[in-house]
Design a protein around this ligand. Structure first.
Ligand SMILES: Cc1ncc(COP(=O)(O)O)c(C=O)c1O
Length: 449
């Protein structure tokens, strides 16, 4: 059916036939006509998703799905407290951070209180990419140098600077060949399938320290070292024990700063730890946060020391039109309240441990499961064709995700080899939801995909 009005402005407010009846193919065709194709979508034939509730999604045929991918909706989809808080604030005021209003102050205080000393100074932005970009600029302003050290197989965002330090070939097949000269990379410290495995994994740290020393000797010491403190992009793997405890001091000996990218793994998801860096027993110089902190509302933050933040002055002043707006700050505060009141970090710890144990049980039954990685509700099930050679099984992983979707579970592949089922559901996931996921995966692995 044609929209009722010929005016493009009115068109956008008219519900189309596809969105009312859920004609998924027709909606997809329209999407492809005007939305950039590189802004990709899940699944070849995606259902039309109309609403969410806690860790469930519903399509326009009222079909429910268990949502195992939406880490951004950390406190659950459609949380009424967030909806109410946003509506109230939009009816009151939404402006920019140059005005003096309480919510930005309270939110900054709450964020600073979540971090150890001396991380007490907050910048508010709109995304993880912006947070990473700003963190890199802070380290450049601080050190007066440009060289950056990053671990391979990582993703940090899409802006020029954040993309430059993103080395995952799953996100960009040319990632390794197209790094600018100021980006230096370290081995992905993957204890399952990297250069050093199992008990040898401690050697990644020694190699990293040697690389930093080499950069110093060559007169180009790193201005900064950036890494996820828990390896999200590899499928939720802990870094080898002691890795950051060796690398951070070496970077600081070179007068560089250490950035912990907590965009994916921080904010309670690991259950036992609120921040990924706690698992490594270190304190970074700069922390980047986004995703969960806004529960889908565009919100990101950089938290650092007063001294590092003040060095930004050499670049001018800092302003982001919507960063830390009254609405964004209220969303951020409400998410923190819900995390505490609904005890979601604790839920991640308990349900995550149960889910991991169940998945490890499945691994005993199905040869295709090479390993179960992760902690809390950041888990990865790595699928291999051969447990000895660890040959990745990306085709099988993709087909399993499609079959799981048919059976009512949304799960997606990750890692440079696209052979890891990434498990990062809303932190509301219940024990029953975890069991449903395991039973469905068991059925698919048993009966085929
Ligand atoms: C570790 C990490 N850093 C940064 C980003 C970029 O965040 P955003 O998509 O909010 O720009 C992502 C996004 O996936 C991420 O996983």
């Amino acid at each position: 059916m044609e929209p009722r009005s010929a005016s493009p402005l009115e068109k956008s407010t008219v519900l189309t036939l596809e969105s009312r009846t859920g004609d998924a193919a027709a909606l997809l065709e329209r999407r492809e006509r005007h939305l950039a194709a590189v802004q990709e979508h899940y699944f070849a034939d995606p259902p039309v998703i109309e609403r969410g509730w806690r860790h469930h999604l519903f399509d326009t045929d009222a079909r429910p799905y268990l949502d195992m991918v939406n880490n951004v909706a950390a406190v659950g989809h459609a949380h009424p407290r967030i909806a109410d808080a946003v509506a109230r604030q939009l009816n009151l005021l939404n402006t920019n951070s140059r005005f003096n209003y309480a919510s930005i102050v309270e939110f900054s205080e709450r964020l600073a209180a979540l971090l150890p000393d001396p991380l007490d100074t907050v910048f508010l932005v709109n995304s993880g990419t912006e947070a990473v970009d700003l963190a890199l600029r802070l380290s450049w302003a601080w050190s007066g140098r440009r060289d950056v050290l990053a671990v391979r197989e990582a993703y940090h965002g899409w802006s020029d600077a954040a993309d430059a330090v993103s080395t995952s070939v799953a996100d960009n097949p040319q990632a390794l060949e197209t790094r600018p000269a100021w980006v230096h990379t370290l081995d992905a410290p993957n204890a399952y399938r990297g250069r050093y495995r199992g008990a040898d994994a401690h050697r990644y740290a020694a190699d990293a320290v040697a690389a930093i020393e080499r950069m110093r000797a060559e007169g180009a010491p790193p201005a900064t070292f950036i890494a996820e403190p828990f390896y999200g992009n590899a499928g939720g793997m802990p870094l080898p024990d002691g890795y950051l405890q060796a690398v951070y001091p070496a970077v600081r000996r070179a007068a560089g700063l250490c950035i912990a990218d907590e965009v994916q793994v921080g904010y309670g998801r690991l259950g036992e730890f609120f921040w990924g860096f706690e698992q490594q027993g270190v304190v970074p110089d700069i922390v980047t946060v986004a995703k969960a902190m806004g529960n889908g509302h565009p919100l990101g933050a950089v938290i650092t020391t007063r001294e590092i933040a003040d060095h930004y002055r050499s670049q001018g002043y800092f302003f982001s039109s919507a960063g830390g707006s009254p609405v964004s700050s209220v969303v951020g505060l409400t998410v923190l309240d819900i995390l505490a009141d609904d005890r979601l970090q604790e839920n991640a710890r308990v349900v995550g441990a149960h889910l991991k144990a169940q998945l490890e049980g499945l691994a005993e039954k199905h040869e295709l499961i090479g390993a179960v990685h992760g902690l809390g509700l950041y888990l990865g099930v790595e699928l291999v064709r051969d447990r000895t050679t660890k040959e990745p099984a990306p085709r099988e992983t993709a087909m399993i995700c499609d079959r799981m979707r048919e059976l009512g579970v949304i799960v997606q592949p990750t890692s440079d080899r696209q052979c890891v089922l990434k498990i990062k559901p809303p932190l509301t996931l219940s024990r029953a939801g975890a069991d449903y996921f395991v039973d469905t995966l068991d059925a698919v692995l048993t009966h085929g995909w």
